[in-house]
Design a protein. Structure first.
Length: 301
């Protein structure tokens, strides 16, 4: 649950780009045992096991792009995301609530410079977080609205830091949360990128030539389902932290294909009540480490 709260905060403002970007991704998280912990002890939950397949598509479309005299952009854009998780669970004494999750979101974004050192980024939007892949089953309780503003300080030419606030109704009513932004890049033959905005992305990249690069990556991602159980509003969270090797090939001028092979280090998956106190719940359920593979196609126009 703690991860999903972070996911809502960082998901509030999509990364705003000045080009059309389309990404399609498929991920496979291998089978591992299901466990529970209170932070001190760890134990298996019977003979329960599970794996997962996630399909995801992202699109970023700039509506307006202007540069000032300092070459800093003012951008209006829209961003959309579709994610579907299929959980393949076995030997559970009781069902894990759902084996399907569908998340669909749409945001309107704005980025503008305030002066030479500061910019402001804002976003407003919403989405559906379903315990099903059937659009016909979407209900009001499955929806979330969000808005946020982040003030970004351009500390260096390759390092941006930001802080702000985000509002969403993940607990059934609007609440204000802190929002963080970090974007660090080293543009050399060896490159390092760290981005804390849409989840967490860390990458050490080596460009072998103009068409091939090798990446060492660490990422945190997840999906959420809002549902009702026993007459109570609850959240089913599915998160994962992965690390691995990601070779990438450039196809033509604007198409990139990559394959990731590595490990899913930690995959919490559980149901909690849709209340503030659930954040501080000590007992957590999770799947152990397992193999991880993924493919992704990215188009930049």
């Amino acid at each position: 649950m703690k991860f999903i709260i972070l996911f809502f905060l960082t998901f509030t403002c999509y990364d705003i780009v000045a080009q059309i970007q389309i990404q399609v991704k498929t991920e496979y998280l291998g089978e591992s045992s299901y466990r529970k912990t209170d932070g001190k002890t760890y134990q298996k939950v019977g003979d329960a096991k599970g794996s997962a397949v996630i399909y995801q598509a992202d699109v970023h479309i700039p509506l307006s792009v202007k540069l000032n005299e300092k070459n800093r952009p003012t951008i209006w854009s829209i961003s959309g995301r579709f994610a579907q998780a299929r959980l393949n669970n076995r030997n559970f004494d009781e069902p894990i609530v759902t084996d399907r999750i569908m998340n669909v979101g749409l945001n309107l974004n704005h980025l503008r410079p305030l002066n030479d050192k500061w910019s402001i980024m804002a976003s407003i939007g919403g989405g559906t977080y379903m315990p099903s892949t059937e659009f016909s089953q979407i209900r009001f309780k499955n929806t979330l609205g969000s808005m946020g503003t982040v003030f970004i300080y351009h500390l260096r030419s390759n390092l941006d830091l930001g802080v702000g606030a985000a509002i969403n109704n993940s607990f059934g009513y609007p609440m204000l949360f802190p929002a963080l932004y970090l974007n660090w890049k080293m543009e050399r033959k060896y490159n390092v990128e760290i981005n804390v905005l849409d989840g967490l992305e860390m990458c050490f990249r080596y460009d072998l030539n103009n068409i091939f690069r090798l990446n060492l990556i660490g990422e945190m991602n997840g999906q959420t389902a809002l549902l009702e159980q026993d007459g109570k509003d609850k959240i089913f969270s599915h998160a994962y932290i992965i690390g691995g090797v990601r070779p990438e090939i450039k196809i033509g001028d604007n198409i990139f294909l990559n394959v990731t092979a590595g490990v899913n280090a930690w995959r919490p998956s559980q149901v909690t009540e849709r209340t503030i106190k659930s954040i501080f719940k000590k007992q957590q359920y999770y799947f152990k480490a397992s193999p991880y593979v993924a493919t992704q196609l990215k188009i930049v126009l």
